[in-house]
Design a protein around this ligand. Structure first.
Ligand code: PMP
Length: 285
């Protein structure tokens, strides 16, 4: 396996970044993850556009042209012989002697790309059965719309889920409303039969998979209510599911041990997953 590190493909086991990289010291960096199908990236433009937005919001220099970056992503996938899996890109504000303010202008950002295989069959098996979700307080900052590598609250939430044998943690604000998953966007079909997901004005990440699903929902003629839902509403829902690159559309069959619907993946989640996979594979580059 190899990793791309600042212009060089290094052996993965030995790939390193400097101890004074600002990503390491301050979580001063952003990232993106693309799903890979048959060696090709899904939702390519969406993730690339969001990367540039994240960099802009943090005033980190664009490290290289979109064309060069695309070439590096493809080459990393190719060199790692990834058919199905993910490719990960991280850009930090670069290496400089530790000091909180931005380093001197011209300090080059650090760029890392890795790629790994994940058997597609594993995700399909999980989706066929459905997975467990637990809730966890959302203790994050006020700019969760930026995809930064500052993920400690997400790590703690995900581990709390794993400790309870669950796949994902849904984070909950002080009002008792679900914000999003630790690495996914959260959705329900509420007891009135309405599809609900939190609006992206409300301090969550605007998921690329979420956006892709929204186009399909419209095409299917399903009505969407882009409005936060409470943990109580989620527990009484007919269906629950979550979306992300890598998870695609994943049905949740329990929340904090409370069975959702009949305890099986619901029809809307199942249909959206199939349709998402079909389109994502077809449009992957
Ligand atoms: N919310 C959070 C907090 C995430 O980390 C992710 C995954 N990066 C998502 C939502 C889903 O986003 P996407 O569909 O773009 O993968």
């Amino acid at each position: 396996r190899v990793a791309y590190v600042n212009g060089v493909y290094q052996r993965h086991a030995e790939a390193t970044i400097h101890v004074e990289d600002r990503g390491f010291q301050f979580a001063d960096g952003v990232y993106e993850v693309w799903s890979v199908f048959g060696g090709r990236m899904a939702d390519f433009e969406g993730h690339m556009t969001r990367l540039h937005r994240s960099l802009n919001e943090l005033r980190i220099d664009i490290p290289m042209s979109a064309e060069s970056l695309t070439r590096v992503l493809k080459e990393t996938i190719r060199r790692n012989r990834v058919r199905d899996g993910i490719v990960y890109l991280q850009v930090t504000r670069g290496t400089a002697r530790r000091d909180h303010p931005f380093p001197a202008p011209g300090t080059p950002p650090s760029v890392v790309v890795t790629s790994k295989s994940i058997p597609f069959a594993r995700s399909q098996a999980q989706a066929a059965k459905g997975v467990a979700v637990v809730t966890h307080p959302d203790i994050r900052w006020g700019r969760c719309d930026i995809k930064t590598v500052g993920l400690l609250p997400n790590v703690l939430a995900k581990q709390a889920a794993r400790d309870k044998g669950a796949y994902e943690a849904w984070m909950v604000d002080e009002m008792g409303l679900v914000t999003e998953g630790s690495s996914t966007n959260a959705w329900i079909v509420d007891k009135a039969g309405k599809l609900r997901t939190r609006d992206t004005q409300a301090n969550i990440l605007k998921g690329i998979t979420r956006t892709a699903i929204m186009a399909m929902i419209e095409a299917e003629g399903i009505e969407l209510d882009e409005r936060p839902f409470s943990v109580e509403e989620a527990k009484e829902a007919k269906e629950a599911f979550f979306t992300a690159a890598g998870a695609f559309v994943m049905p949740a069959i329990s929340i904090d041990g409370v069975k959702i619907g009949d305890g099986k993946p619901g029809p809307i989640a199942t249909k959206l997953r199939a349709r998402y996979l079909e389109e994502a594979k077809r449009e992957a580059i």
